[in-house]
Design a protein around this ligand. Structure first.
Ligand SMILES: [Zn+2]
Length: 430
């Protein structure tokens, strides 16, 4: 046994026994090999004392644009159209591969330090993001997708060469999964869908896309294709492989039925949806229909951080208000979305998302000594409603400790911040 967490509270997410007190969890190689309330007989090479600590499964950020860390706080409090077209897109047009790489590293460090063990990232310069993820040890679903507002398909679109580059360089990397997809229905067309389908069939790629994020997205889809985004994507074949649809704010009951039929995950991004005044995704309806739900932060430019604890708390608080029913969704639901739901979304449903023997060791340890975590009648309640990302003390992915005692094992944080800011800030300021 390589690592033993001893005398610790474990949130297993096993429905039969979701919480174990004064328990032991052992890791050997990249797997969890021991979970019990009795101490193991086997010695461990490293023992971590679990007094006033809580283990939870690694959190999955199922929709982000991690390099948008470069744009944190650059443009706030504008209308969505002005934010996007006057501020974000012009600034993004000035980003280079090197800036994306440096800012992706900074974003990944923020994610690791707040308990995220996997991300689903859609952005340009995608090979740089995969490189940053692989070097820093986080799991990443990575892709760049075509963006076309006209009728045809531009074969010079950077997403094409980047998808091939991702497949060439990262197919064998156990941390990286390449996806294809579209940015959204309103900025794609049948030529794009044909290319995406061909890539998916040739390389067996999962899909990712923004879907029904805003009312305008749905109106545009209805105008262009006579269908809602979910119906258009289903008919285009983009749900034939596992698909992660980000946002899912403006859905009809028929859309929800389509998502259930095709096994599409809804990756809800409540903070971003609130900040951009896009609306509230009907998670209670999606849950009722049996659609898999995951959570994401979206890019830092519309959040402005990557703290999945904020997403968990807000995801269920908003449903209580949407329904007028304070029992609509629970703290357990929120943690389920961020762990089991996220793992299912990224194709790791059989290997991640719970703390059980035989599963991959994607583990987060929270320090429960802070005043805001006392008293503790219900550990899942405190994790979801009271904890912050800054309560994370240790993060492990596939058995490797990436963050311990609130320090990065593989990166010098001050150096990373200095390098990212020196490159990005003068370019973003223009
Ligand atoms: Zn997004």
């Amino acid at each position: 046994m390589d690592v033993l967490f001893k005398d610790i509270t474990i949130v297993t997410m096993n429905p039969l026994e979701p919480v174990l007190e004064h328990a032991y969890l052992g890791v050997t190689g990249d797997k969890i090999t021991y979970v019990d309330t009795k101490a193991p007989e086997e010695e461990a090479r490293k023992t971590i004392c679990g007094k006033e600590k809580v283990l939870i499964p690694g959190l999955v950020n199922a929709h982000t644009h991690i390099a948008m860390t470069a744009l944190r706080g650059y443009a706030d409090d504008q209308t969505l159209t002005s934010w996007l077209f006057d501020s974000i897109i012009p600034a993004e047009s000035r980003l280079t591969d090197e800036i994306v790489y440096r800012c992706a590293r900074l974003g990944i460090l923020e994610a690791i330090a707040s308990g995220t063990t996997a991300i689903c990232d859609m952005y340009f310069s995608a090979p740089e993001i995969a490189r940053a993820a692989s070097e820093l040890g986080i799991r990443a679903h990575v892709g760049n997708v075509p963006l076309e507002t006209g009728e045809g398909f531009n074969l010079e679109d950077g997403s094409i060469s980047e998808t091939y580059e991702l497949l060439r360089s990262f197919s064998e990397d156990p941390l990286i999964t390449v996806f294809t997809g579209v940015h959204a229905v309103h900025n794609s067309n049948p030529s794009v869908w044909a290319w995406v389908n061909n890539m998916a069939d040739t390389y067996q790629l999962p899909f990712s896309m923004h879907m029904a994020e805003t009312a305008e997205d749905v109106e545009s889809s209805l105008r262009k294709f006579g269908k809602t985004p979910a119906a258009a994507l289903a008919e285009a074949g983009l749900f034939r492989y596992p698909a992660v649809a980000a946002h899912c704010v403006h859905l009809t009951d028929e859309d929800i039925a389509i998502m259930k039929e095709y096994g599409v995950t809804a990756a809800s991004c409540p903070v971003s949806n609130l900040k951009l005044a896009s609306g509230v995704a009907p998670l209670y309806k999606l849950k009722e229909a049996g659609v898999n739900i995951a959570l994401g932060t979206d890019g830092v430019a519309s959040n402005n951080n990557l703290d999945m604890f904020e997403e968990m708390k807000l995801s269920v608080l908003l449903q209580k208000n949407l329904t007028g029913n304070a029992a609509a969704l629970s703290a357990y639901d929120a943690l389920y979305f961020a762990t089991v739901g996220g793992s299912v979304a990224l194709g790791h449903g059989d290997t991640c998302g719970r703390l059980l023997p035989g599963l991959d060791a994607d583990i987060v340890m929270l320090d429960f000594t802070a005043p805001h975590l006392h008293p503790c009648y219900n550990v899942i309640s405190n994790v979801v409603y009271a904890a912050h990302g800054s309560d994370v003390e240790l993060t492990m992915v596939r058995g490797r400790i990436l963050y311990e005692n609130r320090q990065f094992v593989r990166a010098d944080l001050q150096k990373e911040i200095a390098e990212a800011e020196a490159l990005a800030v003068p370019v973003i300021r223009g």
